[in-house]
Design a protein around this ligand. Structure first.
Ligand code: GLU
Length: 389
C-alpha cells in the first residue's frame, strides 16, 4: 500500500470515526508516562512549565478515586547542565552520569507539586524479566497505591548495559502498565498524537483519533523525534502501545504541553490518539469470571455503591456494603447484589474474607488498617476483577 493510498484510507477511516471522537473514556488505574521534553523543556534543568498541569491532572484523578503510576523521563535532560560534556553527541557513560544526578532534580520537581508523598522506583527491563523482582516491583507499587503514595518510575540508567536510546521509557511504561495491571496508559509528549503525515512538514496532516489495529502502515506513519533530549519518538510510542493493547490496556498518545488536554481527559474525551485495548483479552478474563468461576458468597450493596459500579466504572469500597452472606475466603468470587431490589448486578473477586468484611463493611477505607490490623487493599472488589451483568 502506498503512503498516499494509506493516507486516503486513514482519512476515510477518520471521517467514519467522526461520530466517536467524543467517545467517553473511563479508567481506574493508569500509568502516565511523561517525556523529557515536558520535564526539562528549556534544556537547562527541570521546570514546572508543563509538569505543574500534569501534576494537577494526576491530583484530580486521585480525588476521583483513580489510581496513577507515573513513569517519568528527564533524568538525563535534568542533569545535562551539571555534567561537562563538550560535544552534542553524548557518550553512554556521560548520559548515565547525567541521569543519576538529574534523577534527584526530577524527583524534587515532581514532589513540589504534590501534597501526597512520591516514591522513586528505578528499574531496568531485566528486573521485569526476573520473576522475583517482577513480583517485588508489583507488590511495592500496590502497597504504595493503597497508602496514597504516588509511585514515580524511571529506568535505572546507571545499571543499564545498553545505550539509553530507542525510547526506553515508552516501552518501560508499557511494561510497568502490565506489571501493575493498569487499564490505561497515557504517553504524554510534545506531539498531539499520530497524524496521517508529519504535521511539522504537511499542513494538511490530520490527527488520527482512534487506532484499532497496529499494522505496518501505522508504523509507516511514525516519524523520528526531532527533540535531541528525548530518546524516544513516535515509533517507540507505537511499540509501547502495541505491547500494552495486547494486555488489554487502552493506550493514548497525548500532547502534555497543552493544558486543555487534561480538561478533555477529565471530561472523558480523547484529545489525542487512542489505541484500543485488545478486547479479546478483556473478554476472555470477564468470560472466565462470569462463567467459569463459581461464586462462594454474596455481598449486598447500598444504592451509592450500585451507582458507582454500574455508572462510573468504580471498584467496590467497604463503605458501600450493606450485608454479607456465606463464608467466603479472600480471593473467592462473590455475587454483588443491589440491596434495594435484590438484583444481581455484578460478580467479582473479593480481596477480603467474609469474616474480615463483616468487620469493615460500612466503614471508610482509611479505617481498614485500624480495624483489621492490616490493609490488604482500599477496595473490596477491584474493578479489574469484576464483571457487570
Ligand atoms: N531514563 C531516561 C532519563 O531519565 C529517559 C529515557 C526515555 O525517555 O526514554 O533521562
Amino acid at each position: 500500500m502506498t503512503l498516499n493510498l494509506l493516507n486516503d484510507c486513514v482519512v476515510l477511516s477518520i471521517l467514519a470515526k467522526d461520530l466517536i471522537i467524543g467517545e467517553v473514556m473511563n479508567f481506574n488505574r493508569a500509568v502516565i508516562k511523561v517525556g523529557s521534553a515536558l520535564v526539562a523543556p528549556t534544556k537547562t534543568g527541570c521546570s514546572g512549565q508543563y509538569t505543574l498541569a500534569i501534576a494537577q491532572f494526576i491530583t484530580k484523578c486521585q480525588q476521583q478515586g483513580k489510581e496513577v503510576i507515573l513513569v517519568s523521563s528527564g533524568g538525563v535532560a535534568a542533569g545535562r547542565s551539571i555534567i561537562h560534556h563538550g560535544s552534542p553527541k553524548l557518550s553512554i557513560a556521560v548520559k548515565k552520569a547525567m541521569s543519576s544526578v538529574g534523577q534527584m532534580k526530577m524527583m524534587a520537581n515532581w514532589q513540589r507539586f504534590f501534597d501526597i508523598p512520591c516514591s522513586q522506583i528505578l528499574i531496568t527491563q531485566s528486573d521485569l524479566e526476573d520473576r522475583k523482582r517482577f513480583i517485588s516491583i508489583k507488590e511495592t507499587i500496590q502497597i504504595q497505591l493503597d497508602n496514597g503514595v504516588l509511585p514515580i518510575v524511571n529506568e535505572n540508567d546507571t545499571l543499564t548495559s545498553e545505550d539509553l536510546t530507542v525510547g526506553d521509557n515508552d516501552n518501560l511504561a508499557a511494561l510497568v502498565a502490565q506489571v501493575c495491571k493498569a487499564d490505561s496508559l497515557f504517553i504524554l509528549s510534545d506531539i498531539d498524537g499520530v497524524f496521517t503525515k508529519d504535521p511539522k512538514i504537511h499542513a494538511d496532516a490530520i490527527l488520527i483519533p482512534e487506532i484499532d489495529h497496529i499494522t505496518d502502515e501505522i508504523y509507516a506513519l511514525a516519524g523520528t523525534s526531532r527533540n535531541h533530549l528525548a530518546t524516544g519518538g513516535m515509533k517507540t510510542k507505537i511499540q509501547a502501545a502495541e505491547k500494552a493493547v495486547e494486555h488489554g490496556i487502552n493506550t493514548y498518545i497525548i500532547n502534555g504541553t497543552k493544558s486543555e488536554v487534561f480538561a478533555s481527559l477529565l471530561a472523558h474525551k480523547n484529545p489525542g490518539t487512542r489505541f484500543a485495548a485488545d478486547k479479546d483479552i478483556i473478554k476472555a478474563k470477564k468470560h472466565w469470571l462470569k462463567h467459569t468461576l463459581k461464586s462462594q458468597g454474596k455481598i449486598t450493596l447500598d444504592s451509592g455503591a450500585v451507582n458507582a459500579l454500574v455508572n462510573k466504572g468504580a471498584s467496590l469500597l467497604p463503605s458501600g456494603i450493606k450485608s454479607i452472606v456465606q463464608n467466603f475466603k479472600a480471593g473467592d468470587a462473590v455475587d454483588l447484589i443491589d440491596h434495594q431490589n435484590n438484583r444481581f448486578i455484578a460478580k467479582g473477586i473479593s480481596l477480603y474474607s467474609h469474616s474480615d468484611l463483616k468487620r469493615i463493611m460500612g466503614k471508610h477505607s482509611d479505617e481498614i488498617a485500624t480495624i483489621l490490623g492490616h490493609n490488604q487493599s482500599n477496595v473490596v472488589v477491584h474493578r479489574d476483577d469484576m464483571v457487570i451483568l
